[in-house]
Design a protein around this ligand. Sequence first.
Ligand code: NI
Length: 409
Amino acid sequence: MAPANAEPSVDLRLQERAAALAPELTSLRRDLHRHPELAFEEKETSARIARELSALDLEIRTGVAKTGIVARIRGGGTGGGVRRTVALRADMDALPTPDRKKHVDYRSEVDGACHACGHDGHVAMAVGAARLLAERKADLPGDVVLLFQPAEEGIGGAEPMIAEGALDGVDFILGQHMLPSIAAGEVGVSRGPALAAVDEFLLTIHGRGGHGAYPHLTVDAIVVAAQVITALQTVVSRSVDPLDAAVLSIGMVKGGYNFNVIADKVELRGTVRTLSRALRPEMSKRIATIVRGITEAFGARFDLEYIQRYPATINHDSGVELFLGEAQKALGNDKVHLTAPSMGAEDFAYYLEKIPGAFWWIGCRKDDAEDPGYGLHHPTFDLDERCLPVGAHLLAQSALTYLTHGADR
Ligand code: NI
């Protein structure tokens, strides 16, 4: 246990131990990489994690939100009398995409599944942090709860994890994600919003079909859809404060039968991203208003289904300051970046809506001429595995500092 008046400096022993774990973390990550599993199907992944943790004498609950794990390190230290509990979260699902890496021997052995978002690395780093913290369990002045979460991609495993008690008794939460735009050995974090809220809409425009030669007898759903698509581009450009970020993208248009047939129906699907909580509901209202006005003007009808998916991931100042302090001490100020928010989304957002904490980026760019590093979700995405001990250490060190000093120093 650190004395109460200890300087809050980086624990060199922890950093050295993390560096020594590099071979094991790399081998675990590669094993997971060869055997990716999709959302809510992470059975072998979960079993593998449970085996890794079982050697550490933790209280392990499996089958949380189907395949998730909640593992508690019950610290034996007393600290300054205040006992806190911090959660460390790693997602563990892969993406339904092929693995097209060429020059590595740990390619996915599962057809149509690949760890193209680096969640294999997230698991390895969290297992590493668990090991580092379990080694000093007797002196830990609080508890650490490891959350291995299913289904971050699309469906969302965080909400069911919370519903099944993942945050019960937890005061603070920390999480991290690979980011290939930052070099391995460097990290980033955003103050306030880190990732966007993501919504989805399905719009069907109903016209009246007919012969391509007699348009005056029809209501051409394709022409109406074209007006709607164009007008929806004004939602962000004309209705949103330029200093408030939003995205509206239509990713699917489906309609029509033949060159000489006027379509009776067109289906559109799109995504809406926002960073601020206030803007989110305004976007759906504006979209509905535009669609209503245009379809009415052309004598068409519409069905609009608007689905709210993940909220924005908004970091708490206390979590950001805690992480910045630890990262700067461990890596040096020049390796720690304040990053702009991403318009991607993360279901870590749900945890941060319940309790304070932070979500940060672990640089993982792979500068390899043969397999150049591509972005997240790309079929050739790979990571520079030198980032694994960095992430394991920062997760463990931030947790340790939180347990020892709290987050409001
Ligand atoms: Ni991801």
